[in-house]
Design a protein around this ligand. Structure first.
Ligand SMILES: NC(=O)c1ccc[n+]([C@@H]2O[C@H](COP(=O)([O-])OP(=O)(O)OC[C@H]3O[C@@H](n4cnc5c(N)ncnc54)[C@H](O)[C@@H]3O)[C@@H](O)[C@H]2O)c1
Length: 393
């Protein structure tokens, strides 16, 4: 290993843990051309920071994200804060000459996302990355390879849904339910992932959005003290507050290559936990993926004789055949959610060392295209009309 990269990670909760784990594990399982160094962890809760740093192996901790930007040792700033903070932190990090890895969605508004994309384009020596980690499930990566090889031929349909059920009336008013922190609800949180997956697998861009519906079923929520999905966002002056983001958003889309698609995101899909599913139907075959069974890719070959044709269940754990699989366990042994973040780190380190990533990594410019689709669907739902992406800049 010739190169190292000092990381400053902003945010110490859900994604803070997922990314810390990824930085720890990447170099143990993969031969990295550049080693991530867990330099500084940044969080708001000073009391929790020392044990967090100790547990995960961060060398330093601080409550000031602006301080780590002044530190010449910091080379990459990893943003794991609520969506509305991404722009300010990313713009400052780029201005300070740091590489930036930002959690998804890129920002809470299209305006902020555009500013981030433009700043990244100006800072030519700084690399940017966005943690659309599901691209890096070996099964999704295989789907990408098969579609790019033409195994499906012309792609007719995509059916994508990301269904969860944790957002019932018992869930308090976390930042995720407030537009000023999140930008949107299930839409930016969950549709962003499946829009990215559909764009990635097909290599096509969405040109029109229609039939969009957004609904907020639960408009009033208890103010939290703390919560399992994030900290309290305001002091307890009153007992409840207004949730002003969507609980679900559904929409239809047309891709430039002629594919038509449906997208659905919900936090109130009773019975579903992390049911992130995508099905792709083409002229020669079809593919199907479900995050709840993430090591499996289902493949239907339309050219097989009808007598024995059927869905084939591919266990994507074969070294040398399935992306990333060879670095983990003997063939057949399963990997999980956290491994997708490790794979992001592996490919970020490759890019920082001037090498090609295993699969295309989304940067700010690429994630901006997903943000445009989010915006188009929001406008389509608001105006109950089709929106062409050429109108969303
Ligand atoms: N890639 C994925 O699959 C995935 C999964 C979950 C979350 N995310 C994204 O990661 C980012 C962080 O989400 P999370 O689940 O880690 O959130 P979280 O609530 O668990 O953690 C947020 C962190 O940001 C800090 N913070 C700073 N300012 C804050 C504020 N004003 N309000 C609340 N917290 C504040 C908190 O102290 C905390 O350390 C979001 O952009 C989210 O969309 C991505």
């Amino acid at each position: 290993m010739s190169q190292v990269c000092n990381i400053a990670l902003l945010g110490q909760k859900f994604m803070g843990r997922a990314h810390s784990n990824a930085y720890l594990k990447a170099g143990r399982f993969f031969n990295l051309p550049c080693a991530p160094v867990m330099h500084t962890i940044v969080g708001r809760d000073l009391i929790a920071l020392a044990p967090f740093a100790d547990r995960w192996g961060w060398h330093r901790y601080t409550t000031s994200w602006k301080e780590v930007l002044k530190d010449t040792a910091t080379e990459l700033v990893d943003i794991c804060t609520p969506n509305a903070m991404h722009a300010e932190q990313a713009l400052a990090a780029l201005a300070a000459g740091k590489h930036v890895a930002c959690e998804k969605p890129l920002a809470s508004t299209l305006k902020d996302a555009r500013a981030m994309k433009n700043a990244a384009a100006r800072s030519r020596k700084c690399k940017t990355f966005v943690w659309y980690n599901y691209r890096r499930c070996p099964a999704v990566a295989l789907a990408y390879q098969l579609v790019q090889e033409g195994r499906l031929g012309r792609v007719y349909h995509i059916r994508a849904a990301y269904l969860q059920s944790w957002g019932g009336p018992e869930t308090p008013l976390l930042w995720r339910f407030q537009k000023k922190y999140a930008g949107s609800g299930a839409h930016g949180d969950l549709n962003s992932h499946i829009i990215d997956m559909a764009r990635f697998i097909t290599g096509q861009e969405i040109v029109e959005v229609s039939g969009a519906i957004s609904e907020t079923f639960i408009t009033e929520r208890a103010l939290p003290d703390t919560g399992t999905r994030g900290p309290a966002v305001s002091r307890r002056k009153k007992r409840t507050g207004k949730s002003d983001v969507d609980d679900c958003t559904l929409f239809l889309a047309r891709f430039g290559g002629g594919t038509v698609a449906s997208f659905e995101a919900s936090r109130l899909a009773t019975g579903h936990q992390v049911s992130n599913t995508i099905e792709i139907n083409g002229e020669h075959g079809a593919l199907r993926f479900d995050l709840e069974d993430m090591n499996i890719l289902w493949y239907y070959d339309n050219r097989e004789e009808a007598r024995t044709a059927g869905w084939r269940r591919i266990l994507c754990t074969s070294a040398g055949n399935h992306p990333y699989a060879g670095a983990w366990w003997p063939d057949g042994h399963l990997i999980g959610y956290e491994h997708t973040f490790v794979h992001v780190v592996v490919d970020m380190m490759a890019v920082l060392a001037g090498q090609e990533p295993t699969l295309p990594l989304p940067d700010f410019a690429n994630a901006y295209e997903t943000q445009r689709v989010l915006e188009a669907a929001t406008l389509a739902a608001k105006h109950r009309a089709a929106v062409r992406l050429s109108e969303v800049k």
